[in-house]
Design a binder for this molecule. Structure first.
Ligand code: BDR
Ligand code: CA
Length: 308
């Protein structure tokens, strides 16, 4: 089985992605490193531990850094609930996080699974950037890096031009995209192109499994918000990224280009700038997912909810 390390800030869509990862027979989740992002670190760590408890999975959870590298950022509690999991007041998880810092865990696991590790980042890239600053040889040991982040034609979701995960910690994203020769990017525009009807999603949430019941509860608030805000389709950013990570053969269209992150910019800080015409002569460093097999994506979501 392919070892899979997930850096995440759960988060309602992170939770769905994690369920998909736990459900996959060809991958073994070897750790969850936790970022601040959707909500504060104390909540994202607790949510990760709770989700592991719901699926009865003993994977170690490592807490990361509680704030972006340079500038404070606003969280997304207004989307995910103030606790990041829909404010359902779940019982506290029994387990606690490991004492090792997330950045150190990333480095250690990269050695333990050198050349084989699939690294999937579903939140701001603070932990990964710190790991790279501690050890710049990290990319040599990573088989694939898949990042949910960016808005490749500058149709942002948190500002006009920027996507949340990159905008939350642009310096970290800059460090990561500069360090890896090839990052597989699932951006916000791909997410918007792979929605599915709320009605269909709600039918899957009726599956008689513990995880479907839990997910139904934690996602209710966000689903209501999404219906008001985005209409009839449900979009799950991190779930699409995870589908692509677990099953890259489902990708129908990918384009490789140079991409960097805008760090200044009065209106564009945190935007991902893709050199579509390769004007600047830099090497391609990202493989951007444009189109994914929608039926395969939806089947994975449905199966992850029904499992267990
Ligand atoms: C990303 O931002 C977060 O709110 C989601 O969990 C996802 O990772 C989408 O822009
Ligand atoms: Ca996320």
């Amino acid at each position: 089985r392919i070892p899979l390390l997930i850096d995440t800030d759960p988060g309602v869509d992170d939770a769905l992605a994690l369920l998909m990862a736990f459900d996959d027979p060809h991958h073994e989740v070897v750790g969850l490193t936790i970022a601040a992002g959707n909500v504060g670190l104390a909540h994202t760590v607790r949510n990760a531990l709770k989700l592991c408890e719901v699926v009865d999975h003993p994977v170690p959870v490592f807490a990361g850094t509680p704030a972006p590298l340079l500038h404070p950022a606003r969280d997304a509690g207004y989307v995910h609930g103030t606790d990041g999991f829909g404010d359902i007041a779940y019982d506290a998880p029994v387990r606690t996080a490991e004492t090792e810092h997330a950045a150190l865990a990333i480095l250690r696991l990269s050695h333990a699974h050198a050349g084989k590790l699939l690294l999937v980042a579903l939140g701001p890239l603070t932990n990964l950037a710190l790991a790279l600053k501690l050890d710049s040889t990290l990319p040599e040991r990573i088989a694939r890096l898949v990042v949910m982040g960016g808005a490749v034609t500058a149709h942002g979701n948190i500002t006009a031009a920027a996507e949340f995960n990159v905008a939350f910690d642009p310096e970290a994203a800059h460090i990561v995209f500069s360090a890896f020769a090839r990052t597989e990017v699932v951006d916000w525009e791909a997410v918007m192109a792979h929605g599915f009807p709320h009605q269909r999603f709600e039918a899957w949430l009726q599956a008689p499994s513990k995880r479907a019941r839990f997910y139904d509860a934690i996602s209710r608030r966000t689903r209501d918000w999404a219906v008001d805000r985005r209409g009839e389709n449900w979009h799950s950013a991190d779930a699409l990224a995870m589908a692509h990570a677990l099953h890259p053969a489902g990708a129908l269209e990918i384009v490789e280009r140079p991409m960097t992150v805008e760090l200044a910019g009065r209106h564009t800080r945190g935007a991902t700038i893709v050199d579509w015409r390769r004007e600047e002569g830099r090497p391609d460093n990202v493989a951007i997912l444009l189109r994914y097999d929608q039926a395969a994506f939806e089947a994975r979501v449905a199966s992850a909810l029904a499992a267990g």
